[in-house]
Design a protein around this ligand. Structure first.
Ligand SMILES: Nc1ncnc2c1ncn2[C@@H]1O[C@H](COP(=O)(O)OP(=O)(O)O)[C@@H](O)[C@H]1O
Ligand SMILES: [Mg+2]
Length: 347
């Protein structure tokens, strides 16, 4: 039984099974996501990590039913609180978006209208889903901004998006996303554009959502440092497939996929001397059209072997699963040893 299907006491909020996304093109079918399965439980933070192009955003857009390209072919199931989102009408889906599932992006300007004040935009969001007077909505908007750590929230509410700093804009966008108390917040690279201090504040805010709002978060990032800071569970994606997944301490402490190991090398060590330049994985991910048969990571993998010409299934070790023939033989010793060296943390 895959680890994700082990019965757990926490309620499963989102259950994605065998999600495949392809696009019809002049050059044939382009397969973007291949059999992506995962769950998000109540009050947990699931991080989805991988280099640019691995399919993280496509996964979140599929969950939000925001892939509108008529050439897209989407199969599998996306069950949210027992309902298959792929079967909902556009109207039912619109109703769910914002009220149940909200999404925030790297660039708050994409979600905000430049010509209206922050306060007005949050009020509109509130009134679209709840029967509130303008006055009550304004009070709640200001309250939410305050809860998101915006100083002088009543004043901030009268500002236009461009009048706020990047960090405050991101807080305002989270306030807008939370205005209707969604059970699930999908955050796609929410801190990428921010400096380190502001990034830490936003990550702390995301962690607080579970205690203060009872929300779950699906956090998308390319940064293993962010994963190390906030997640409960981690899913590593590479070239449209799941490379590895499991509880954070297992995946970061004892990675069983060489790709996870490579990503961990790119985190600065917590203790000791900081290297001048962090090592990165040589080469770059294949395009969906150029994905090699077998394991998509094999051209870049230092542990490549003959077996890699065949696509490995997800092998399970404890609560951890990896799509790598090495993981078939249990936890590789090298992984454990190297993870301790790169993260500076004993597993
Ligand atoms: N409309 C589209 N048609 C074809 N390919 C696409 C389309 N949109 C994105 N892609 C491709 O899908 C892959 C995954 O993209 P994406 O989910 O944005 O990756 P990530 O968010 O992990 O950086 C990329 O190779 C990208 O070029
Ligand atoms: Mg992306």
């Amino acid at each position: 039984m895959p680890a994700d299907q082990i019965p757990n006491t926490a309620e499963t909020l989102l259950d994605v099974q065998d999600l495949c996304v392809s696009f019809r093109s002049e050059r044939g079918i382009i397969r973007i996501l291949e059999n992506v399965s995962f769950t998000v439980r109540a009050r947990e933070i699931l991080s989805i990590v991988g280099e640019s192009g691995s399919g993280k955003s496509m996964t979140s857009l599929a969950v939000m039913r925001l892939i509108t390209d008529p050439n897209a072919i989407i199969t599998g199931s996306i069950t949210y609180k027992g309902r298959d989102l792929l079967k909902l009408s556009p109207r039912e889906m619109r109703d769910l978006r914002g009220r149940e599932i909200a999404m925030i992006f790297q660039d708050p300007m994409t979600a905000m209208t430049p010509v209206y004040t922050i306060g007005w935009q949050i009020e509109e969001q509130l009134r679209a889903h709840q029967d509130l007077s303008r006055h009550a909505a304004r009070a709640r908007a200001v309250e939410l901004l305050g809860e998101m750590g915006v100083p002088a929230p009543a004043k901030a509410a009268t500002r236009y998006p461009h009048q706020l700093s990047g960090g405050l804009r991101q807080r305002a966008m989270i306030a807008m996303a939370l205005s209707c108390n969604p059970s699930l917040l999908i955050a796609d690279e929410p801190t990428t554009a921010l400096d380190v201090t502001v990034q830490a504040q936003i990550l702390e805010l995301l962690q607080r959502l579970r205690t203060d709002f009872g929300s779950s978060v699906m956090l998308i990032t390319h940064d293993m440092g962010v994963v190390a800071t906030v997640s409960d569970r981690v899913m590593v994606m590479y070239s449209g497939i799941i490379a590895e997944r499991g509880p954070k301490p297992d995946v970061l402490g004892q990675p069983t996929h060489p790709y996870t190991l490579g990503l961990l090398h790119s985190i600065p060590p917590m203790h000791g001397e900081k290297p001048h330049r962090l090592p990165s994985i040589p080469g770059s991910p294949p395009s969906p059209m150029g994905r090699p048969p077998g394991c998509p990571f094999q051209p870049r993998c230092e542990f490549r072997m003959d077996a890699c010409a065949t696509r490995p299934p997800l092998f399970r070790n404890g609560m951890q699963e990896a799509s790598c023939w090495l993981a078939d033989k249990g936890l590789p010793d090298w992984a454990h040893e190297r993870a301790i060296r790169t993260t500076g943390e004993a597993a």
